[in-house]
Design a protein around this ligand. Structure first.
Ligand SMILES: [Zn+2]
Length: 90
């Protein structure tokens, strides 16, 4: 079975960190595997809780399960930059 890169694989026990989206305040669980690979686990339905995704959905953009909220991405990058989120495999 192929696992999409942004999904958490069940056998991976490494810790997830809570990160809040600075725009919509949604809390997600994030694990930064490498600088380019990020695992995001939504705690609620992304298209409902995230205003940015809700806007995209309302505009007819298919967001799917692997959501792209730019504010959330920026919040994750910020957490990495100030050391709240460690990158596991540098
Ligand atoms: Zn958001």
């Amino acid at each position: 079975m192929r696992v999409p890169p942004d999904r958490v694989t069940p056998e991976d026990e490494r810790p997830l960190r809570e990160v809040d989206c600075r725009r919509c305040g949604t809390t997600v669980l994030v694990r930064k595997n490498t600088l380019t690979q990020t695992s995001i686990q939504w705690l609620a339905d992304a298209g409902t809780v995230c205003t940015e995704l809700a806007e995209q959905r309302a505009a007819g953009v298919h967001t799917g399960r692997v959501a792209r909220c730019e504010s959330l991405r920026a919040s994750i990058d910020e957490a990495v930059a100030d050391g709240r989120l460690e990158v596991l495999d540098r």
